[in-house]
Design a protein around this ligand. Structure first.
Ligand code: SF4
Length: 752
């Protein structure tokens, strides 16, 4: 791509869920000159956060791996790709022959949901491993929303998003979009959109134990006790029923089951009954309910602070139950379903009814945890590795993840990984997790990859589509990420070190095309599969772009390979580098439903049972012991952006936030260190005394703890911080989704 002059290219930022458009200036030597927001991007309109421009530093980071590493005599050394692949093939062959396929565990980290190659090819690795021991970052994050949406609306993707551009009243629980820019609510420039909401006379209410920047920029901050959100949400529902404020739209009422059951379930949970446990005055809860009911439109939105807790799925259910009973589901300004361009579970097949969703189709070997979405809680990975017996995990494939920092009781997992017989990491860094790997296979930098946000556009507040071609060429001997994953899949299938990514890719595409032409209702139904395959391959592309073209063309807006000449295709997106706007969200019910009944299931029995369990714990929640919660910073991104000096300099640091009242009571002061102890661990951490947390709550950010031998993260090691997951408890899980409780952890704090 090199030339004489600067060139300008446009690309979607893959670092978080906001999908901001970037304008990237590339110099004649193929160096990145500048990155700024793309003002013509159809979705982000020029918005960019401090992380977006650091794609340049990420690309240039000397610690980013540019060749595979193999561990020899306990030390990682650079090797050729051929040697790395042979080591991978030999390692897995040994483990499979000795212990069988169930001895392999796989883990997909958070970046896997942000890269086109991993979104489309991680599955090849999982399927090829042939093991039910599948884990991912979903169980330290958002899986409760999938489970709740699955039971209520029919599929794991059936997650309504708040229509923040049109709502009159937005309630956010455990969400801090001023730092995260939104999650399962893809909305570039989320803060600007909140300001626009307030400027048009709407109201924003933030419910959070911390006075986050989002809370500061809201009309009201409700400082709840951590882990008690389910009680507050149930009390809001209680007021709705008790005061006759329930008002389902007639068309929604006709397709809703369980209204009476929900009313009965919350009958005792009055605002007064939950005030002590939640720490929120009854009149505040009552007023909140009345204001939601009175608003012309309202949307209730809960995210990680209410998902990564013991009652995560219950909370996710109650959020959307409130959206339903207040008449706000599936209407402008309420909580709506996206119609993604590449389609998905809510657009496939006949609309209005489906197979539905269930958990517990299998159970884990050691502690019998139920499966959810085909995976098990990552919190149990350590016990699966260390507990002897048939099916014990002996090998591990870690795809762009750092579970040693990001999952509960991390010291235990760190020790367990050291016991493995074989481990492969696909990662750009030699980090706290990949240091255990026998082989590390580094993908290229983000600027060297194509991109389309298949996952995140599924939960966008507008229907949009935007494809990014690679900004920089791949170095000669650097395989693309999809090639690494496809080849790894082939090796796991037993095809040997010489299997090519291309043959695996062709096989996958032929399978996908075969499914498309066989599906009734598909625009290519009945067409010749070979012809479609050739059309997709005609432009010389392979890998994810070719797969994406098929998904776009057969999706809800698709060109259908000529059937709809104005429809979407890869070529159309290449012709529109600022993206294609497909319009505001429109009502999609009942067509988007996939429940077996064809109804919204407002009160599934397992959620009602879970509410009873919460009620039984209410007295325990009324105690006033210290509770630990997490924290997200705008310039941080879980564990993997701490090697960027431009982000970690200045204010970003790993400190314990303590309320002044608690600090005085505990005898600790600002700038000193405190010792924090939970059931499973202890850390010493610098203290920041601040009233940005409510009394009784301390807060520690996650993703830190980089002072580990055997890593290669020079900048991160300088400002290592402590790993908050040394404190989080692997035994406290949301029982329905398996999500870890990363918040509301009982701790003691003493001066050091
Ligand atoms: S908000 Fe997210 S997508 Fe946008 S520039 Fe920042 S990191 Fe990138």
């Amino acid at each position: 791509m090199s030339g004489e002059q600067n060139r300008t290219v446009f690309r979607t930022c893959p670092l978080c869920e906001a999908t901001c458009g970037l304008e990237i200036t590339v110099g004649p030597q193929e160096q990145i000159v500048r990155i700024r927001g793309d003002r013509d991007d159809v979705f982000s309109h020029g918005f960019i956060c401090p992380k977006g421009s650091t794609l340049k530093q990420l690309h240039e980071d000397p610690d980013r791996l540019r060749a595979p590493l193999v561990k020899k005599n306990g030390v990682h050394v650079e090797v050729s790709w051929d040697e790395a692949w042979q080591t991978v093939a030999d390692g897995f062959a040994r483990v499979i022959e000795k212990h069988g396929r169930q001895a392999i565990a796989t883990y997909g980290g958070n970046p896997g949901a942000h890269n086109l190659g991993s979104m489309l090819y991680n599955g090849v690795v999982y399927r090829s491993a042939g093991s039910h021991n599948k884990f991912s970052a979903s169980t330290v994050d958002q899986i409760p929303k999938h489970v709740a949406g699955g039971y209520m609306f029919g599929t794991a993707q059936s997650i309504p998003v708040p229509d923040i551009d049109h709502t009159d009243y937005l309630v956010m629980l455990g969400a801090n979009p001023y730092a995260s820019n939104g999650s399962l609510c893809t909305a570039p420039g989320f803060p600007d959109r909140l300001e626009a909401l307030r400027a048009r006379g709407g109201k924003v209410v933030t419910i959070d134990p911390r006075r986050t920047k989002t809370a500061e920029n809201s009309d009201q901050w409700i400082a709840i006790r951590p882990g008690t959100d389910g009680l507050l949400l149930a009390a809001v529902a209680n007021v709705m029923f008790a005061e006759g404020l329930v008002s389902l739209e007639p068309r929604i009422a006709k397709m809703t089951n369980g209204l009476d059951e929900l009313r009965d379930a919350v009958a005792e949970l009055t605002p007064e009954a939950v005030a002590k446990a939640t720490g929120v005055d009854a009149h505040v809860i009552r007023t909140l309910a009345r204001e939601i009911a009175a608003a012309p439109s309202a949307a209730i939105y809960g995210r990680i602070g209410v998902n990564a807790v013991e009652f995560g799925t219950l909370n996710a259910w109650l959020v959307d139950a409130l959206n339903v009973i207040t008449g706000n589901i599936d209407r402008r300004g309420g909580a709506m379903f996206t119609m993604p361009a590449v389609g998905g579970a809510t657009t496939r097949g006949q609309g209005g009814k489906g197979k539905g969703f269930t958990i517990g189709r299998g159970h884990s070997r050691v502690s019998k945890k139920p499966e959810a979405m085909g995976e098990y809680p990552v919190a149990i990975l350590a016990e699966e590795i260390t507990t002897p017996g048939e099916g014990q995990v002996r090998a591990f494939v870690c795809l762009s993840g750092n579970p040693v920092l990001s999952t509960p009781h991390s010291k235990q997992l760190d020790a367990a990984l050291a016991e493995l017989e074989f481990m492969v990491s696909v990662d750009i860094y030699l980090n706290e997790t990949s240091r255990h790997a026998d082989v590390i296979l580094p993908p290229p930098s983000a600027l060297q990859k194509e991109h389309y946000d298949v996952s995140l556009y599924t939960y966008a507040i507008r229907n949009v589509a935007n494809f990014s071609d690679r900004v920089l060429d791949l170095p000669a001997d650097q395989p693309d990420e999809w090639q690494i994953l496809a080849k790894l899949g082939g090796i796991l299938q037993g095809l040997g070190a010489h299997v090519t990514a291309e043959e695996i890719d062709d096989a996958i595409l032929r399978q996908s095309v075969g499914a498309a032409v066989a599906t009734t209702g598909s625009p290519v139904h009945g067409r010749d599969a070979d012809e479609i395959f050739e059309l997709l391959s005609a432009n010389g592309r392979s890998g994810p772009a070719r797969q994406l073209d098929l998904m776009l063309q057969t999706g809800p807006y698709g060109a259908g390979f000529g059937a709809n000449p104005d429809g979407l295709s890869l070529q159309m997106l290449l012709d529109n580098p600022h993206g294609v706007d497909l319009g505001a969200l429109e009502p999609r019910l009942p067509e988007a439903l996939r429940t077996p009944s064809g109804m919204i299931e407002l009160a599934p029995q397992l959620f009602l049972d879970e509410l009873q369990r919460l009620v039984a714990k209410k007295a325990e929640m009324e105690s006033d012991g210290l509770l630990l919660v997490g924290r997200r910073e705008l310039k941080s991104n879980n564990s993997w952006m701490h090697n960027m000096k431009v982000l970690t300099k200045g204010s970003l640091s790993c400190t314990l936030h303590v309320h002044p009242d608690d600090a005085a009571r505990l005898g600790i002061s600002h700038g000193t260190s405190a010792r924090v102890t939970s059931r499973v661990g202890t850390v010493d951490v610098p203290v920041e005394v601040t009233d940005a947390v409510r009394p009784g709550v301390v807060s520690l950010p996650h993703g830190w703890g980089h002072n580990v031998p055997g890593t290669k993260l020079a900048v991160a090691a300088e400002k290592a911080g402590v790993n908050s997951n040394i404190l989080t408890d692997d035994k406290v899980l949301d029982p329905l989704s398996g999500n870890a409780a990363l918040n509301a952890i009982p701790v003691t704090v003493v001066p050091v």
